[in-house]
Write a protein that binds this ligand. Structure first.
Ligand code: NAD
Length: 359
């Protein structure tokens, strides 16, 4: 692969390969854009089959973070990191600290956080070597695990869709089919129960499903069937790529709205297929920005405040409402409208003249 062609095509600012022989660290940090602020994105620890797979993943994810932060109106850019290896076998304090020193060396251009394969406890270790880490535990002044905030944002996105489709933000009696009852899905199911919505769930892990049945009286279907449940909202909260040429014709919902990243298997083509099927698609990076918005509150001048963070997450209601209106007004898919919102903000703020301020 010609790396410069690849990173040039999507205009990445910087891609850093990190190595430490003593701890076995092999990592890549991708800074896609710092036009709106420091590039924030989690560190994924994953046993990629090849270096090319890891590179492609970090590039794709970093670019996604640029769009997520911009669409949410945050003063943050987009970045991401991957560490090669099996977290259960290869993760150690020494390796995380070696990695953290590379993050520190970037001088704040990249801010890290937890992601698949890393935890809040790992970020507490990273914090010992660098200031440029978010999502550390509350005791260290951080905002903790972002999953609850993500679920809370999904709930408010659902209210925006309810307002649009049914003229009322209430979810009472609405039927929501949730695929994946993990950290986000579980918190979401809890919110939906409080809202007195009807909930159907599916998960590959039996204990996750049992919790939903006993705690909130959810109905259960097989994971291969959840997308085809007749319902008001289908909510993918597990894997990406679930909206594809096989699943879209089988949907029997009014809207798709969930936390999973990269739900559209084939980007613009899948978005068009959904629109043609009369299904309202709420763009994933708008819907699932709650965790990022919550973490961004750590950077507020007064530090992290839970009430202010929750108020900030609730603004997903307004963001999604305006994306849905723009799609209708401009005659484009909702996915296209969300992309345009992000691109317009980056373009507008890039035009701000950088005057010299004496230090
Ligand atoms: P998680 O690993 O805690 O939960 C995922 C759940 O999905 C698990 O219970 C797993 O058993 C289940 N699952 C796996 N394969 C499945 C399948 N084929 N069908 C149904 N269920 C399946 O992850 P999470 O943190 O809850 O994140 C869920 C999704 O939301 C991911 O796509 C993640 O990237 C995205 N997301 C999460 C956050 C966050 O704050 N955690 C933020 C933004 C986006």
């Amino acid at each position: 692969m010609d790396v410069f062609d690849r990173i040039g095509a999507d205009d990445y600012e910087q891609v850093v390969f990190c190595h430490d022989r003593g701890t076995g660290l092999r990592a890549i940090v991708a800074v896609h854009s710092t036009r709106l602020g420091p590039a924030l994105g989690g560190t994924r620890f994953y046993p990629y089959p090849s270096e090319a797979d890891g590179l492609e993943d970090v590039l794709r994810l970093a670019r996604g973070m640029t769009y997520k932060a911009a669409a949410a109106g945050l003063d943050l850019g987009g970045g991401k990191a991957v560490i090669f290896g099996d977290p259960r076998r290869d993760k150690s304090e020494a390796l995380l600290r070696a990695y953290a020193r590379h993050v520190e060396a970037l001088g704040g251009r990249y801010l890290t956080a937890e992601d698949v394969g890393t935890t809040q406890a790992d970020m507490d270790i990273v914090r010992r070597e660098t200031r440029f880490v978010t999502g550390v535990s509350r005791e260290l002044g951080g905002s903790g695990d972002p999953s609850d905030a993500t679920a809370y944002g999904v709930l408010w996105a659902m209210k925006a869709v309810a307002q649009r489709l049914w003229g009322d933000t209430s979810l009472v009696g609405r039927h929501v089919a949730v695929a994946g009852v993990g950290k986000v899905g579980r918190a979401l199911v809890g919110h939906l129960a409080e809202e007195r919505a009807r909930v159907t769930v599916a998960d590959v892990t039996p204990v996750a499903v049992e919790w939903a049945v006993t705690e909130v009286g959810a109905e259960v279907v097989a994971v291969e069937k959840i997308h085809a449940v007749e319902c008001d909202i289908y909510s993918p909260c597990a894997l990406g790529g679930v909206l594809n040429t096989s699943t879209i014709p089988e949907l029997r919902c009014a809207a798709v709205l969930g936390s999973a990243n990269n739900q559209l298997a084939d980007g613009a083509a899948s978005a068009r297929l959904l629109a043609d099927a009369g299904v309202l698609y709420a763009p994933d990076f708008v819907v699932n920005a709650g965790g990022l918005i919550n973490i961004a509150e750590e950077l507020a001048p007064g530090g992290y405040h839970p009430d202010l963070a929750r108020a900030a997450v609730r603004r997903i209601f307004d963001t999604l409402t305006s994306v849905l209106s723009a799609a209708e007004q401009d005659g484009v898919t909702t996915a296209e409208a969300a992309d345009r919102r992000a691109q317009d903000r980056i373009a507008a703020l890039s035009a701000v003249h950088q005057i010299r301020i004496p230090s």
